[in-house]
Design a protein around this ligand. Structure first.
Ligand code: COA
Ligand code: AMP
Length: 631
């Protein structure tokens, strides 16, 4: 008889070594690990430390070895360019193995970093897997980030090679990557040795010197090369994410734990088998894209879909249904904002009724809190379970979810269900005591974290320890706040730092403030995320000006908005800034961002005891009303 959820969960915490040792047998190892968990140097835990394996082998070769070479591994569906293609495991391995040769031919070795700054095209997936094949560490940078952000990632990772494409497409505009790359290289102190650029048909660009090579030229004389043997604790990738300051944090992923955990999640969380077709509508620049467009489905040996488009406007709000029905997709994973966008365009589901979705069995949402209205709307339209689950770039897989492949739990609207096996989730209060049922506090996870989570930050062990593992000793601090209810359901209510979530994209208000402070007329500023019906949150900037400023308010606001677009990127969606006389602060000078946000969102707030001048809050309220932010 198979074990029920509670029993599996209990086992995973009672004896994590035994639990994960058993699961680790399901992946390919050149040498099986004999040491499962090294706990000798907390908070730096090591999973499977003497195991030898390879990411790419587990994503492709192992399935070919098992007779699945002719099965479709990747479906590329790009409504924005009207292109579709399919790759079998054999096709994909051939392309990956040749590009791995090209990288090696350009001098990339085991442990070298490769930046991938590409749109959602199959070559981006190939580049990621090719890095894994030769043991290089990739760092994918989301296309919606500006040159500055790309430069900071080049500098921090000291990448040897940068792989890019001639352009990407957003509805109504073409994103030229080459000028962005050129600018980033101008800003960066570290210079990658070579740029490999994929020329998109009809959008070829000039390459100007011997350090720039086209993808095609890089493949001249290429041979298919084999996977290299890697230690389980070597790094597969660095994915930079927003921190509390403008300096992004390099989340690293080790190889062995990543394969073991992600493969396990496909069946146990998502109920996906090898024969199924799976789709994650995200971008490979985010963690959801890393884990669930590329790695987990390929480790499982099922078919994954790479979608270059938007939920609406490419060409219409029916594109998700067209793709699900055409490719016979069993489950979809996306962010709630995508469904809010579809609901806004097609509230009655007129497009939906045009397609046969009998293949479709479940929808998973994450990246931001799934508001109950959207979740219920999706449920009534799709007539399948809609599951909100909670996770972070740091963990790479869900911390709490309905584990549908183990046992389907009932839905509680607004909750991300229960902690997943491997995660001992607690709610702690500021005095470090454990919160009672339904009592709010900081959500933490007892150490050690399970395999596949982040063992450290790139070149920043101290920052890892200080940021995540120090406030509550023995626990990982998630920086999310919420509660656990009487049935053990986890409710994620807000961030406790200055991270905001805009259309499922994680952004640091601190990073935006750093840019605004550089404006010559701005004395000080505050950026906060206010509630938005479509994107969940939107950043707004409050600018207090220097005295004697000659520019008009309109000019300053326009320049500030442009500066954020140029320095952080369009993805920041920073379009609202207002001029205020003063900013409310505590007596020690800390800006009361949380209180301003509550005023803007019409939430109740207490007058902070430490406020310097309470009258400023009334001024701010009036400014928000005058600017139509508070209605
Ligand atoms: N390259 C360049 N620019 C990009 C980009 C990319 N890869 N992705 C987004 N942008 C730009 C957009 O064009 C937009 O620019 P604009 O201000 O000129 O219009 C800006 O960044 C903001 O993008 P976005 O927040 O995506 O807003 P949108 O209005 O274009 O689309 C949604 C809204 C809801 C349709 C869209 O966010 C979406 O599909 N979300 C799905 C969820 C998702 O992918 N989540 C990721 C984590 S799971
Ligand atoms: P990212 O690292 O980009 O995946 O963002 C992680 C953050 O997104 C989390 O720390 C949460 O604040 C938020 N988040 C992700 N999933 C959920 C969810 N299901 N419910 C509430 N918040 C979520």
């Amino acid at each position: 008889m198979s074990l029920k959820f509670e029993e599996i969960y209990k086992n995973s915490l009672k004896n994590p070594q035994k639990f994960w040792e058993e699961i680790s047998k399901d992946i390919f190892w050149y040498k099986k690990p004999s040491k499962i968990l090294n706990k000798s140097n907390p908070p730096f835990y090591k999973w499977f430390e003497d195991g030898i394996t390879n990411t790419c082998y587990n994503a492709l070769d192992v399935h070919i070895q098992n007779g699945l070479g002719d099965k479709t591994a990747l479906i590329y569906d790009s409504p924005i360019t009207n292109t579709k293609s399919k790759f079998t495991f054999l096709n994909l391995r051939q392309k990956v193995a040749r590009f791995a040769w090209a990288l090696k031919n350009q001098g990339v070795n085991k442990g070298d970093r490769v930046i991938i700054y590409m749109p959602m095209i199959p070559e981006a997936v190939m580049a990621m897997l090719a890095c894994g094949r030769i043991g290089a560490i990739h760092s994918v940078v989301f296309g919606g980030f500006a040159a500055n952000e790309l430069a900071s990632r080049i500098d921090d990772s000291k990448a040897k090679i940068l792989v890019t494409a001639s352009c990407g497409f957003e509805p109504g505009r073409t994103i030229e990557y080459k000028p962005l790359v050129d600018k980033a290289l101008e800003i960066a102190k570290h210079k990658p040795e070579k740029i490999i650029l994929y020329q998109r048909e009809g959008h070829e660009v000039n390459l100007n010197n011997i350090t720039e090579i086209s993808w095609e030229d890089a493949l001249k004389d290429a041979q298919e090369i084999n996977c290299v043997e890697m230690n389980a604790n070597d790094f597969a990738y660095i994915l930079y994410t927003s921190g509390t300051t403008g300096i992004p944090k390099g989340i690293v992923r080790d190889i062995g734990g990543h394969i073991v955990a992600l493969k396990w999640t496909m069946k146990n969380i998502y109920n996906i088998n090898q024969d199924d077709v799976w789709w994650s509508a995200s971008d490979i620049g985010w963690i959801v894209g890393h884990s669930y467009i590329v790695y987990a489905p390929l480790f499982k040996g099922c078919t994954t879909v790479l979608f270059e488009g938007k939920p609406v406007g490419t060409p219409d709000a029916g594109v998700f249904w067209r793709i699900i029905s055409e490719h016979k997709i069993k489950s979809l994973f996306t962010a709630p904002t995508a469904f809010r966008a579809i609901k806004k365009e097609d509230p009655e589901g007129k497009f939906f009724s045009k397609y046969d979705l009998s293949c479709f069995k479940s929808l998973f949402l994450a990246g931001e809190r799934a508001d109950p209205d959207t979740l219920k709307w999706a449920e009534s339209l799709l007539k399948v379970p809609v599951i909100d689950h909670w996770w972070q770039t740091e963990t790479s897989w869900a911390i709490s979810s309905n584990c549908t492949g183990i046992e389907m739990k009932k839905t509680k609207y607004g909750s991300a269900c229960m902690p997943v096996p491997g995660y001992d989730v607690k709610v702690l209060k500021a005095d470090k005591s454990e919160a009672k049922e339904n009592e709010m506090g900081d959500i933490v996870v007892k150490l050690p974290l399970p395999p596949g989570t982040f063992p450290t930050l790139w070149n920043a062990d101290e920052r890892y320890k200080k940021t995540y593992m120090s406030n509550y000793e023995g626990y990982y601090q998630t920086y999310d706040a919420g509660h656990i209810d009487e049935d053990g359901y986890v409710w994620i209510m807000s961030r406790t730092d200055d991270i905001i979530n805009v259309a499922g994209h994680r952004l640091s208000t601190g990073a935006i403030e750093e840019v605004l402070s550089e404006h010559k007329s701005v004395a000080e500023c505050a950026v906060l995320g206010i509630a938005d019906k479509l994107k969940g949150q939107l950043p707004i900037g409050l600018l207090a000006l220097k005295s004697g400023v000659k520019q008009t308010n309109e000019e300053i606001i326009k320049e500030c908005i442009q500066m954020v677009r140029n320095k952080v990127g369009p993805v920041a969606a920073f379009k609202i800034a207002i001029i205020v006389k003063r900013l409310p602060k505590t007596r020690s000078g800390k800006i009361l961002r949380g209180t301003i946000r509550k005023i803007a969102d019409k939430e109740e707030y207490k007058m902070p005891a430490t406020i310097d001048d309470p009258a400023i809050l009334d001024e701010i309220k009036q400014d928000l009303i005058n600017n139509n932010i508070l209605k």
